[in-house]
Design a protein around this ligand. Sequence first.
Ligand SMILES: NC(=O)c1ccc[n+]([C@@H]2O[C@H](COP(=O)([O-])OP(=O)(O)OC[C@H]3O[C@@H](n4cnc5c(N)ncnc54)[C@H](O)[C@@H]3O)[C@@H](O)[C@H]2O)c1
Length: 388
Amino acid sequence: MSLNPVISVLGRKLRLAVIGGGPGSFIGAMHRLAAQLDNRYELVAAALSSDPEKCLKAGLELGLPADRVYASGLALIAAEQAHPHGADVVAIMTPNDSHFELATAALQHGFDVICDKPMTNTLEEAERLCATVRETGKVFCLTHNYTGYPMARQAKEMVAAGMLGELRLIQVEYVQGFNAREVPAQPGSWRHDPVKGGPSLVMGDIGTHAHNLLRFITGLEVEEVAAEVGSIVPGRVVHDYAGAMLRLSRGVRGSFWVTQAASGVENSLAIRVSGSKGTLEWNQEVPQILKFKPLDGPAEERTPNGPEVLPLAARSSRIVRGHPEGFPEAFANLYSDAAEAIAARRTGTQVNPLALHFPNAEDGLAGVRFVAAVIASSSAQGAWTRVG
Ligand SMILES: NC(=O)c1ccc[n+]([C@@H]2O[C@H](COP(=O)([O-])OP(=O)(O)OC[C@H]3O[C@@H](n4cnc5c(N)ncnc54)[C@H](O)[C@@H]3O)[C@@H](O)[C@H]2O)c1
């Protein structure tokens, strides 16, 4: 196996430009770390902030030359296209309302794109962006990073191998507590402005992650929802909880529960998948353990690089068993897989099919459709509502 499948195909690392993720952004630092972990990208340009002064200061602190630090994302896209050694890939980690404009511009200027979730704030934008991805043929990776964990990938493979039998029930939750106080955790943030943050804060922030994880592991689509979304903390204007009963493809039933207002809870993204032959359970707070409970046998565990680990999970873990990996490594798995797909696209070579499990624009569209259906169902007093 090659030490660096991008350099071995392309002869160099991919040149990466980032938009957003400047001072104060947790996820911006994660994107840059993820890009560098497997040595497949070189950061060559940035527009890190909407404030030009902060932008320049932060870009210089990252070691970029001043002429590759741009005052806006659109300026970066135009200049990097014209640059003789310009970026190959644009990564977007700005507030939600700018994803559509920046991603569309980047694709139309010839870049492959890595974009944070939710893909867009509106369904119309999601449909148009998806169409642009199809038309341009570029790689589009949406950073639903929890699908990069080795044990989430193992769960997907065990479901696909039929180890659970016929799927019957799915429970997914994403429960956080950082916004349980009456004073918002991030006062003044774009998240509290529905024009920037989107029609539902909790759904855009974490509901799309839970929905994506469910689809990733089970391969099922959510077809109908009976939902309620709203605010549980007194005085809160934006949504801080949502719950839904789910009707999924193949007659499977499910439940979905997300909140950012469960006092004391940290980051419980958890899923239980039950079929006719057994159940799988995974929680990202303990990401190295996947529980498997067969119908007719004792409960078992799978661990990264442990016994009976399947190929996609095996390729997603860098170290020997018993040595925990976490959030940055899972995030890096998406970046590294996307890099292989981009290198193959640019050179017209075959890509390892195992590299193609990163979330894409179609997954992003499914997420935005799900958000719209949850809101519509809630507005109709929880009536069963079709997704899409
Ligand atoms: N994948 C994940 O787990 C995850 C986690 C957190 C946030 N996110 C997503 O990342 C995005 C950013 O969220 P955040 O928490 O970093 O927000 P944030 O407010 O903490 O940081 C946003 C950063 O982008 C900069 N910025 C704002 N507008 C810009 C523009 N037009 N051009 C360039 N830079 C701009 C700001 O100066 C700031 O540095 C959102 O879409 C959010 O949903 C994803």
